[in-house]
Design a protein around this ligand. Structure first.
Ligand code: SF4
Length: 320
């Protein structure tokens, strides 16, 4: 699917990467948009840090000439769909997404054809081709709100994340036809280890992202998007939290609530497999190189860009 890793020619790195990136940002009139799951260094240098909804809203209103997207491929594609005339750079073109990959366009087209009267609502974590086949895009922050706006007699296909789909069905009481995709990171949390951790930390509140499996979600006191989790830990009177989502968000949680304790929810194995391997392909060095050489660039066929734009615009209008 991706044709290259880092295309930049061999370049000596400057001693002060932070300073060099700031200089390039001014020269290019660039904005750096970063997801909460990026490394701490990238989070610290970003002009805007957010989850999928916040990042797409920011991409829609930026005046910058160049968008440097520190996230994964589908997110940079979304920025390109919203800004077809701007240069959109992704530090590592191979920063993909297991969830987006779990919904191949040909198979999804056949699935959709079997349900011709259904409205298609797709989670933003999908490729531009899937967005182009969708009626409305949603994020984990607005999925419940958007589904609640659809007339009750209108059948719905929800793609690609079955766990988010099940969560939305439980919250709205709506039956939906679910595409059976999932995120490798959010499916890796162990219910058994989570319960053991809760016993070890009886005062800690468990909070989780709705991409987690129902078996994990049922142990969470609060479920929300990445931004909602970040807001929640500030408002809650609890002093410690077990956090069931990609642990990159803990960098921001510790910044906004330094006196509180954040315990990453345990994965099934003892490795760091609750870190998203795709997100972590981006590094500060690659971010500098992509700005220096203005590659790798995100490009899309015009027909795909235009078809994918409409459901994103519907989402932005419906969630305003
Ligand atoms: S955490 Fe999951 S959904 Fe998010 S980019 Fe990684 S693989 Fe995709």
């Amino acid at each position: 699917m991706f044709t290259s890793t880092l295309l930049a020619p061999k370049t000596e790195l400057p001693g002060d990467l932070f300073g060099a990136i700031a200089d390039l940002k001014r020269e290019l009139n660039a904005v750096i948009l970063a997801h909460y799951y990026q490394d701490a260094d990238i989070q610290d240098i970003a002009d805007y840090l957010g989850d999928s909804l916040g990042l797409s809203q920011e991409a829609a209103k930026t005046n910058a000439d160049v968008i440097v997207f520190a996230g994964v491929h589908f997110m940079a594609e979304t920025a390109k769909i919203l800004n077809p005339n701007k240069l959109v750079l992704l530090p590592d073109l191979e920063a993909g997404c297991s969830l987006a990959d779990s919904c191949p366009p040909d198979a999804f087209a056949a699935f959709k054809a079997k349900h011709p009267d259904h409205l298609v609502i797709s989670y933003i974590n999908c490729t531009a081709d899937i967005k182009a086949m969708s009626d409305i895009i949603c994020t984990s922050a607005n999925a419940v709100k958007l589904v609640n706006q659809i007339p009750v007699d209108r059948p719905i296909i929800f793609a690609p994340d079955r766990n988010l789909g099940k969560y939305v069905m439980a919250q709205t009481g709506r039956e939906m036809v679910l595409w059976q995709g999932s995120c490798m990171v959010h499916e890796t949390f162990s219910e058994k280890k989570m319960v053991q951790l809760q016993i070890q930390h009886p005062d800690a509140e468990t909070i989780a992202h709705p991409e987690c499996e129902p078996a994990v979600l049922r142990h969470a006191r609060y479920i929300g998007s990445t931004t909602a989790l970040l807001n929640y830990i500030q408002q809650s009177s609890s002093q410690s939290f077990i956090v069931a989502t990609e642990p990159g968000i803990i960098h921001q949680m510790a910044k906004v609530a330094p006196h509180k304790q954040f315990i990453p929810a345990p994965p099934l194995n003892n490795c760091a497999c609750n870190e998203c391997p795709h997100m972590r392909l981006n590094t500060l060095e690659k971010l500098y190189l992509c700005m220096k050489h203005q590659i790798p660039e995100i490009t899309l066929p015009e027909a795909t860009q235009q078809a994918a734009l409409k459901p994103i615009q519907r989402m932005l209008a419906m969630s305003a």
